[in-house]
Design a protein around this ligand. Sequence first.
Ligand SMILES: NC(=O)c1ccc[n+]([C@@H]2O[C@H](COP(=O)([O-])OP(=O)(O)OC[C@H]3O[C@@H](n4cnc5c(N)ncnc54)[C@H](O)[C@@H]3O)[C@@H](O)[C@H]2O)c1
Length: 287
Amino acid sequence: MNAPRSPSRIYPAGMRQAMSGKTVLVTGATNGIGLVTARQLARRGARVVIVGRNPEKTARVAAEVGAADALIADLSELTQVRRAAAEFRERNPRLDVLVNNAGAYYARRQETREGIEMTWALNHLAPFLLTRELLPLLREAEDPRVVTVSSDAHRFGRIRFDDPEFRRGYSGWAAYGQSKLANALFARELARREPGVRSNSVHPGMVRTGFGHNNGGGTSLLWRLVDRFAISPEQGARTSIRLASDPELRISGRYFAQEREVKPSARALDDGAAQRLWTLSEEYVGR
Ligand SMILES: NC(=O)c1ccc[n+]([C@@H]2O[C@H](COP(=O)([O-])OP(=O)(O)OC[C@H]3O[C@@H](n4cnc5c(N)ncnc54)[C@H](O)[C@@H]3O)[C@@H](O)[C@H]2O)c1
């Protein structure tokens, strides 16, 4: 059996230096891929700030991963996203890397307290708004990065510009696929609009996390199979960590899996759709 390796053995000194002095904000860091991302970036010397919903759990995880600060917000609500961004700005003079990781699958259609369909609100509008609110800080960083966790589920997604909230014919997978396509299009459009910011999206792999078991995903055969064949959260977080921390990384607006750039679906390369999505998202969150 392998003994757990110390951070210094996992990461060469150069990598640790690469993150020291940098501030990183990770959403959805209380579980799964986000938790590992936060922990590993802190081990590389970054000053990590996490966002979580539950104050006790978030404080416990912050202490466990060595986070410098923790924000409490239900990111499915736009007012809470705005408040979290404002709190971050008040308490932190800089932001180098934003990891938009929080996300979920909803088997049944639900609306947030603000009356927006949950998948659309949490998986797409939250990272859109959080990034936009934090862009002024990111622009001041030397090598600003935004990592947005999408999924290969984007390949079966399409943006329903006329009904993004699935008021008609909700399907959990269609809504999830749409939101993950939106993540890839958002990362691409952000890169086009902000040439100084390296913005990329990620497929983490099929990862054994809380993901399939929340929100009515339950114990279906599909999720039991996923659990059997899925990779660990440590493996699943690698691509996000690489995009957040690799000093050699220069490209922007691309889609990554297994720590490499890969080709996303044709729909995820549609710049017209990316711009249209940006405008639609602004209509939701305000300009
Ligand atoms: N697990 C997989 O196989 C897989 C595959 C592809 C993509 N992804 C993506 O990876 C990301 C992370 O998922 P995971 O697998 O680690 O799942 P997870 O359920 O283990 O973790 C999700 C995190 O998001 C947080 N979160 C959920 N709803 C929130 C809300 N309303 N407000 C604030 N935080 C909220 C949770 O508290 C948790 O910390 C998601 O964006 C997911 O779509 C996962």
